[in-house]
Design a protein around this ligand. Structure first.
Ligand code: NI
Length: 139
């Protein structure tokens, strides 16, 4: 990527104060760093609307492993999509609950379908997916 470019922004004073307060709460060092993040997020979101876009995803699910057949069904689903699954992390939270983080890479549309299948599986108590583009946007 090329060097840095500068531009100025006109914004209502009250909106700027709210932004600065938000950035302070979020721990941003400065507005430029925050704006770069916001821009990357918008561009990634736009790119991921294309189901053929290259993507990477982390799918987190929490479930009770005593739930009949659920661990087997989760394993079956992951084997079915083994080419898209880069890694799986399993944490035994307590006597009942497990946290699993499944990292996927491939086409955005396919990853979204696999994520939906994991999260929507009967017995999964909590599920979140982070879907993004694999590092093509500059830092
Ligand atoms: Ni477990």
């Amino acid at each position: 990527m090329g060097g840095l470019a500068r531009f100025s922004v006109s914004i209502e004073k009250e909106l700027l104060e709210r932004l600065d307060s938000f950035l302070e709460r979020k721990g941003y060092a400065n507005r430029s760093e925050a704006l770069r993040d916001f821009i990357r997020e918008m561009l990634a979101e736009e790119e991921l609307k294309n189901p053929n876009a290259s993507a990477i995803a982390a799918v987190s699910i929490v479930y009770d492993h005593h739930r009949l057949e659920l661990p087997d069904r989760l394993t079956e689903l992951q084997h079915e999509h083994h080419k898209a699954i880069a890694s799986t992390l399993h944490v035994h939270i307590d006597e009942h609950n497990c946290l699993e983080v499944v990292v996927l890479r491939g086409r955005a549309g396919r990853l979204a379908r696999i994520a939906d299948a994991l999260i929507g599986m009967n017995g999964v108590k909590f599920g979140k997916v982070l879907l993004t583009v694999p590092g093509e946007l500059s830092s």
